[in-house]
Design a protein around this ligand. Structure first.
Ligand code: ARG
Length: 476
């Protein structure tokens, strides 16, 4: 039986039911739905709408329904349109007609908004822990490679030497911002719409603040129309996940490139590499290609929801039911992806020799210009002079460092014999020691800052939606 059958003389068409029903996916929110109902039963008892004894019956019944879901014994019925219908139907089977009192003053509109906020809070907390694990893996790997040099690229062209730790830590800070944004989204999602009713608010004297508190939410919505139609918390969460996915995609691209034998900078652990069914020599970085590929669907989920929201008239519309699959999918995608990326970073082998061998002297051209700058030449002129030397060296098929001093002096008489000291990758790198630079000293300071950041942001452990316990708190 539907929750709204009274007005209709004919049963709903099967095809419409297949389209309209959301139980196929919103059953994932059974815990949140039941927690919301337990808190609500107590709230309407406090408001004098049901007796304390009735509330106790409802709460006991709801706990039994929860136990059925948790043990996998809950039997769905064909008419269970959504999780709210299914729980109320089963509750009423278990406790009788008093089950029909639970929905007093409540609508599925404020109910679903509450359930989904609770689910989102749990999901964000879970994700936070998984991102933190990846950050720790990046720190641990970086700590091993403070002195490992590699070519740094701009436009994917060799640019300047950098330390491998610096490359790894660049991703640490992207993830730090992701976690900041996640905490922010979490804060705005922790608001209770319960008591907004269908759209106009409840006529019963439910204490909305107490209800919010019981559910672990920090405040209540201030406008019932907004409360039932606001899905900003979903859009924000999808954005946080899409941007996180974008960062993982860029890490994926670097790892795919650097593990290509023509770079050979890194080797993925066998457990996290894949082969080819045809070419026996192949060693592919499929998981990092998936990290790159999954960004597409994460961004798609975000743009899909924004498109759904943009034209909606005020208050609840069934279009809003589209919110759930998008967020469930983004969350599932990331909870599958993050542990693999974390393990890959943890077990990554960096081939210091290959990185070193890829350092060409051209990468020191900037240092050569800086040499002239230190002797008083304006940088623009120094850049031009060194550009001429690079061209000369290329024409003569000579290394930059092999050009005789007279040749250097032909473009600038500021060159002296000590210019030979410029041709040293270690000294190039170690000079970049200002905060945020690639010098080992600066990277050590960066690692300390990263550790401090982690200390300041302990990962939130999956805080499960609280189930208010009537038995513990006694009378409602
Ligand atoms: N399954 C619905 C959703 O996810 C629940 C709310 C239904 N409300 C309604 N007025 N039909 O949005």
């Amino acid at each position: 039986m539907t929750l709204w059958g009274g007005r209709f003389s004919e049963p709903t068409d099967d095809d419409l039911r297949a389209l309209n029903d959301s139980i196929g996916f919103d059953r994932h929110m059974f815990r949140q739905d039941i927690a919301g109902s337990i808190a609500y039963a107590q709230a309407i008892a406090r408001a004098g709408i049901i007796t304390a004894a009735e509330a106790e019956v409802l709460v006991k019944g709801l706990r039994s329904v929860l136990a059925e879901f948790e043990s996998g014994t809950f039997a769905l019925q064909p008419a269970d349109e959504d999780i709210h219908t299914a729980v109320e139907r089963r509750l009423t089977e278990l406790v009788g007609s008093v089950g029909g009192k639970l929905h007093t003053g409540r609508s599925r509109n404020d109910q679903v908004a509450t359930d989904f906020r609770l689910w989102t809070l749990d999901a964000l907390a879970e994700l936070d822990g998984r991102i933190a694990a990846l950050q720790s893996a990046l720190i641990a790997q970086a700590e091993q490679h403070i002195l490992t040099l590699m070519p740094g690229y701009t436009h994917l062209q060799p640019a300047q030497p950098i330390t491998a730790a610096h490359w790894l830590l660049s991703f640490f800070w992207m993830l730090a911002r992701d976690r900041d944004r996640l905490a922010d989204a979490h804060r705005r999602a922790a608001v209770s719409p319960l008591g907004a009713g269908a759209l106009a608010g409840t006529p019963f004297a439910v204490d909305r603040d107490q209800l919010a508190h019981d559910l672990g939410l920090t405040s209540v919505t201030q406008n019932s129309l907004d409360a039932v139609s606001d899905r900003d918390f979903v859009a924000e969460s999808l954005f946080v996940m899409a941007l996180l996915g974008t960062h993982l995609s860029r890490l994926g691209e670097d790892i795919v490139l650097y593990s290509n034998p023509q770079f050979g900078y890194i080797t993925l652990n066998d457990r996290y590499s894949t082969g080819s069914s045809l070419m026996p020599q192949k060693r592919n970085a499929d998981p990092m290609e998936l990290a790159r590929g999954k960004a597409g669907r994460l961004i798609g989920n975000l743009t899909g929801l924004l498109t759904t929201l943009k034209g909606l008239p005020t208050a609840y519309n069934k279009d809003l039911q589209e919110d759930k699959e998008a967020l469930f999918d983004s969350f599932d995608t990331l909870t599958r992806l993050l542990p693999v990326v974390t393990a890959i970073i943890r077990t990554l082998r960096l081939n210091a020799d290959r990185m070193r061998a890829a350092l060409g002297e051209d990468l020191l051209a900037t240092d050569l210009a800086d040499y002239l700058v230190r002797r008083g030449l304006p940088f623009r002129q120094a850049h031009h002079a060194v550009g001429q030397l690079v061209r000369l060296a290329a024409e003569q098929g000579s290394a930059l460092s092999r050009l005789p001093l007279e040749v250097l002096r032909s473009v600038s008489d500021l060159f002296e014999a000590d210019v030979a000291q410029v041709f040293n990758f270690e000294s190039s790198v170690s000079q970049r020691r200002a905060t945020g630079g690639t010098a080992p000293d600066a990277v050590r300071a960066q690692l300390e800052a990263a550790h401090r950041w982690m200390d300041d942001h302990p990962d939130v452990h999956p805080a499960q939606t609280p189930l208010v316990n009537l038995n513990e708190s006694g009378e409602p």
